[in-house]
Design a protein around this ligand. Structure first.
Ligand code: HEC
Length: 149
């Protein structure tokens, strides 16, 4: 009984242990994000930032996660909380020059739900502050040299 209760509580806290999505995350990326962020996440100079060195990095802090989920393109997408969590976890593994640190905390539906309810107003200021924060040791080593734009 106690075990069952424990499982039920865990399921409530982070309900995407067995993710169920309408489309595969790669398809959701193509449909909702790729138009701006491009197929490899490298963005468009001067208009859309590359997420290849920021998503994993920002995901390492509470403030950074708040930024990632609350940027307009994420917070206001038509994707469900579950699909958004699954998509960000897929992006962190597939569109990043930074190695996923051991113990990386995946996004889950409950986190997306609570964060996206408070859209960002100071997008640029917060982004600049996050970029000034030094890289945490597990992700200090990029996998590949920066892409030239
Ligand atoms: C209309 C263009 C557009 C679309 C569509 C879009 N984004 Fe973005 N995204 C941006 C811009 C511009 C920024 C920089 C922050 C800002 O000004 O909103 C950004 C920032 C981000 C960031 C933070 C990275 C950083 O370095 O600041 C993430 C993560 C992100 N977007 C993910 C997504 C995801 C996931 C989707 C699809 C569900 C998406 N975006 C759709 C334009 C877009």
């Amino acid at each position: 009984m106690r075990v069952l209760l424990g499982i039920a509580v865990m399921a409530l806290a982070c309900a995407d242990v067995n993710p169920v999505w309408g489309y595969e995350p790669v398809v959701n990326y193509q449909l909702h994000c790729m138009g701006c962020h491009l197929a490899d996440g490298s963005g468009q100079p001067g208009r859309v930032p590359s997420i290849r060195r920021t998503l994993v990095r920002f995901s390492q802090s509470a403030e950074g996660r708040g930024y990632v989920v609350r940027v307009p393109g994420v917070a206001q997408s038509p994707l469900s909380n579950q699909d958004t969590a699954t998509l960000l976890n897929w992006m962190a593994r597939n569109l990043s020059d930074l190695k996923l640190p051991a113990g990386f905390t995946d996004y889950c539906a409950a986190e997306i739900q609570s964060l996206r309810a408070h859209p960002l107003v100071t997008v640029k200021t917060l982004r600049a502050r996050l970029l000034r924060t030094p890289l945490a040791p597990p992700i200090a080593q990029p996998l590949a040299p920066p892409r030239a734009h």
